[in-house]
Design a protein around this ligand. Structure first.
Ligand SMILES: NC(=O)c1ccc[n+]([C@@H]2O[C@H](COP(=O)([O-])OP(=O)(O)OC[C@H]3O[C@@H](n4cnc5c(N)ncnc54)[C@H](O)[C@@H]3O)[C@@H](O)[C@H]2O)c1
Length: 281
C-alpha cells in the first residue's frame, strides 16, 4: 500500500470505522500517513482492519456509552500521546416509517447514536484537540438539509448534527479547532443495501436511488473518505462547512407532490392524470 505524508504523525479517531463509509475513512487516513484508532460496536470489521492495515488500533466501543467514549479517548492518548482529528461517522437509519408509526423510544435511541454520540465524544476529545489545533469531521446527511420521506427521526438527527457542527465551529475557533461536516447523498454501502432489502420492492428502490443523482450513479464510500481527509488536512480555512458529497442529488426540480394529494393546476393545463385533485390511482 502506498503511504503518503499528508497527515503523517497525526492521530485520528474514526467512529463506526468497521465497515462502509467509516472503513474507507480509516483506509484513507492510513494512506495519508496517520495513526488511526477505530471505534465500532461490532467486533468483526474493525478487528480485521486492525490486522490488515498498519498504524491502526481497534477499540470495541459503542458511541452511545459514555464510559466507552472515555476509554476510547484515554486509550488513544495513553498509546499515542496526542489527538488531531475525530471523525464522528457511526450512525443508524431506521426502516421507512410514516410519522404516526414512529415512537418516542425509537427516536430517543436514534438520537443517542446519531447526535448524542458525536456530542459525547466531541466533549471528551476537545481538551486534546485544542492542544494540537486539531479538527472534527461529522458525517451528517444530505437529507438533514432537504429531508426524506418516511424518515422524520433520521432527518431530524442529521439536521441537528449539521447545526451542531456550525455552533461548535464558532465556539472552538478561539482555540484553533476547526469543525466541519460532510453531508453524503446516496452512498452504496451495507446500510443502503439493508434499507433497500427491507423495502417492498428492493430493485425499484435501488433504481430510484441511482436516478436521484444527475451523475447517474450512487457514490462510493471512498469518495466520502477523500472528502473527510481533505477537510482534515488541506481545508485549513474551512470551519463550520457542510460539504455535500451527493452527485448533485439536491439540484433541480423533481416530482414531489404525492399522487392523490390536493394540487392546483392552471386552467390551461392539458389533461394530466396527476392533476385530478383527490385522485389516488
Ligand atoms: N450510506 C449512505 O447512503 C449514507 C448517506 C448519508 C449519510 N450516511 C451516514 O454515514 C455514516 C456511515 O454510514 P454507512 O452507510 O457506512 O453505514 P453502515 O451501517 O454500513 O456502517 C455503520 C458502521 O457504524 C457502526 N455503528 C453503528 N452504531 C454504532 C455505535 N452505536 N457505536 C459504534 N459504532 C456504531 C456499525 O457497526 C457499522 O460498522 C452514518 O452516520 C450514516 O448515517 C450514509
Amino acid at each position: 500500500m502506498a503511504t503518503g505524508s499528508r497527515y503523517a504523525g497525526k492521530v485520528v479517531i474514526v467512529t463506526g470505522g468497521g465497515r462502509g463509509i467509516g472503513e474507507q475513512i480509516v483506509r484513507a487516513f492510513v494512506e495519508s500517513g496517520a495513526q488511526v484508532v477505530i471505534c465500532d460496536k461490532m467486533e468483526s470489521g474493525g478487528r480485521a482492519l486492525e490486522q490488515e492495515l498498519p498504524r491502526t488500533v481497534f477499540i470495541l466501543s459503542d458511541v452511545t456509552r459514555e464510559e466507552d467514549m472515555k476509554t476510547l479517548v484515554s486509550e488513544t492518548i495513553r498509546r499515542f500521546g496526542r489527538l488531531d482529528c475525530v471523525v464522528n461517522n457511526a450512525g443508524r437509519h431506521l426502516p421507512p416509517q410514516w410519522p404516526e408509526e414512529t415512537s418516542g423510544e425509537e427516536f430517543r435511541s436514534l438520537l443517542e447514536v446519531n447526535l448524542l454520540g458525536p456530542y459525547t465524544l466531541t466533549k471528551l476529545a476537545l481538551p486534546y484537540l485544542r492542544k494540537t489545533q486539531g479538527n472534527i469531521v461529522n458525517i451528517a446527511s444530505l437529507v438533514g438539509a432537504i429531508a426524506q420521506t418516511q424518515a422524520i427521526t433520521y432527518v431530524a438527527t442529521k439536521g441537528a448534527l449539521a447545526a451542531m457542527t456550525k455552533g461548535l465551529a464558532l465556539d472552538e475557533s478561539q482555540y484553533g479547532v476547526r469543525v466541519n461536516c460532510i453531508s453524503p447523498g446516496n452512498i452504496w454501502t451495507k446500510m443502503w443495501q439493508e434499507l433497500a432489502a427491507a423495502s417492498p420492492d428492493p430493485k425499484t428502490a435501488i433504481q430510484e436511488g441511482i436516478l436521484n443523482q444527475p451523475l447517474g450513479r450512487m457514490g462510493n464510500p471512498a469518495e466520502v473518505a477523500a472528502a473527510a481527509v481533505f477537510l482534515a488536512t488541506e481545508a485549513t480555512f474551512c470551519t463550520g462547512c457542510e460539504l455535500f458529497v451527493t452527485g448533485g442529488a439536491e439540484l433541480g426540480y423533481g416530482i414531489k407532490a404525492k399522487r392523490g394529494a390536493p394540487v392546483e393546476a392552471p386552467d390551461t393545463l392539458p389533461d394530466c392524470p396527476h392533476f385530478q385533485s383527490g385522485s389516488s390511482d
